[in-house]
Design a protein around this ligand. Structure first.
Ligand code: AMP
Ligand code: MG
Length: 485
């Protein structure tokens, strides 16, 4: 869901996934948290899910019990979902929710939304892990996913964050925490792969039917499901790249069928524009670098297509031909979406025939001049070419002037006026996120609240929030992020 959906009425709480065959999940209750404390409740999101009245009747202590998993909402049926996945290209036949527990789905007039507790204790899929999450990654995912929604980009959402009162062990002792995540569903490419690898056709069929009913109700066939997912991912990755987002761990278990962004482990927004940018400490070869994200998406979609083959009607060779064409069609879909994003950002409009070329040229200027991605686009938005030159310290640069003449000729005051809605003023900058986590660790949540507030309306200039608009100084710059387990 994005920040721009309409409110929907609350109809009930259910768990349709728990009615799928037993091998889809393990029934597991959250581990009792010794002393839960409410850190944050997203009341605007609760409202949209129709949960506001239920939650309003509770005080903070009761809310903390609910969002730590100590008390269940009526109708909840807690499970851990089974899935597999390719991690950095290597096959892992069983992953599954090792530290996440799905309570069920809020049923609204706009569909079902999963309510999941991340960090609520071990499950049969925990492998070597402790099933816990610590405060840092919980607040990080809260801020990044809510910012993504405020940009209008499909993403899982954050409904609440609590500490559990338990110390957990990472490099040192850290406060345990739980994030309540909301998603259209948690069905991943890896969920399909899990059953395909076992050649469990009955399960694959049930999963495909479930995914179609939930996300692609118009789909008449598996081909339509694949096309729908491909197009949703093409749109998503183009939108990510339009705000300088680097997911960081686009493993097939971290790619949804719905087309929502999921799993903000090492995710980060870039400051200085560099198409090769990588933040994740474990991404040594740049597999998940900014500009490689479309290539990885197509690789993942090919895995999805492969996992659908066992349940295709008709000759397998024919299905392979059709699926290959669909997967290869990603390139054109992505280009169209990316050019539309660039067209909007440059005030050319989404359908302008030069949007792709002019956008790529503009990006090359930013790279050549060492500009900050967000500020460069925003300087052009607010100050035109001279504003951009001033921001990048490139006044009089001839190549840039030539580009600017073309840009001025292809845009009008009316089309340029729309740029403000496509170019955020504020993004969750890594140095701000790190400072927010450091403060929270010493018991100060004011930075978390201020950062959340600053990112709630990211396209609206606000002089009182200028601290969040600045690029990091050399000393502030964060160059690495960690998976956050
Ligand atoms: P992620 O990198 O967050 O996408 O997680 C990859 C896999 O590792 C998933 O199966 C997670 O459930 C599992 N996992 C991550 N952290 C933990 C943990 N602390 N305890 C148990 N399982 C975990
Ligand atoms: Mg994951």
């Amino acid at each position: 869901m994005t920040g721009q959906d309409k409110p929907h009425a609350h109809v009930g709480f259910d768990n349709s996934y728990a009615r799928l065959p037993d091998r889809f999940f393990a029934r597991v209750a959250p581990t009792l948290a010794p002393d839960p404390q409410l850190l944050a409740l997203n009341r605007a999101l609760a409202d949209r899910l129709g949960l506001a009245d239920t939650l309003r009747a509770m005080n903070d202590a009761e809310l903390a019990q609910i969002f730590a998993g100590n008390k269940m909402l009526a109708g909840a049926d807690p499970i851990a979902q089974a899935y597999a996945g390719h991690q950095f290209g290597g096959w892992v036949p069983q992953l599954g929710d090792g530290r996440a527990i799905l309570l069920g789905e809020v049923v609204t007039d706009q569909g079902r939304f999963d309510i999941q507790l991340k960090g609520a204790g071990p499950t049969p899929f925990s492998r070597m892990g402790d099933g816990r999450a610590w405060l840092g990654p919980v607040l990080r995912e809260y801020v990044l996913s809510e910012a993504m929604a405020a940009f209008g980009i499909p993403t899982t959402r954050a409904l609440a964050a609590v500490t559990t009162g338990e110390d957990i062990l990472r490099e040192d002792i850290r406060p345990g925490a739980v994030l309540t995540r909301v998603a259209q569903s948690h069905i991943r490419v890896g969920t399909f792969q899990y059953f395909a690898a076992q050649d469990d056709r009955e399960a694959l069929r049930a999963l495909a039917d479930h995914a179609i009913a939930r996300h692609y109700p118009q789909a008449q066939s598996l081909d339509d499901l694949l096309i729908g997912m491909r197009d949703a991912q093409a749109r998503l990755i183009a939108q990510w790249m339009g705000v300088g987002f680097i997911h960081g761990v686009m493993n097939t278990d971290n790619m949804t069928i719905s087309g929502e962004t999921i799993d903000y482990g090492p995710a980060a927004f870039m400051d200085r524009y560099d198409p090769e940018q990588v933040f994740s400490s474990i991404d040594q070869f740049g597999r998940y670098a900014y500009a490689n994200q479309p290539n990885i998406a197509v690789w993942n979609i090919a895995q999805f297509a492969t996992s659908l083959l066992p349940i295709c009607d008709g000759p397998r060779e024919d299905a392979i031909d059709r699926f290959t064409q669909i997967v290869q069609g990603f390139a054109d879909r992505f280009d169209a979406e990316w050019h539309a994003v660039l067209g909007r950002k440059l005030g050319l409009g989404p359908d302008h025939p030069q949007a792709g070329t002019m956008g790529l040229q503009f990006l090359e200027h930013i790279a050549r001049l060492g500009g900050d991605f967000t500020r460069a686009f925003r300087a052009l938005t607010d100050g035109g070419l001279s504003g951009f030159e001033a921001e990048l310290g490139a006044t009089g640069d001839q190549a840039l002037r030539d580009w600017g003449m073309m840009w001025e000729a292809e845009t009008t005051p009316e089309t340029r006026a729309k740029m403000g809605q496509a170019n955020p003023v504020r993004i969750p900058r890594n140095h701000q996120v790190e400072a927010m986590i450091a403060a929270a660790l010493s018991g100060d949540l004011s930075k978390f609240q201020a950062l959340s507030h600053a990112l709630a309306a990211p396209y609206t200039p606000d002089p009182s929030l200028s601290a969040y608009e600045a690029a990091p100084t050399a000393a502030e710059r964060v160059t690495q992020t960690f998976c956050g387990t």
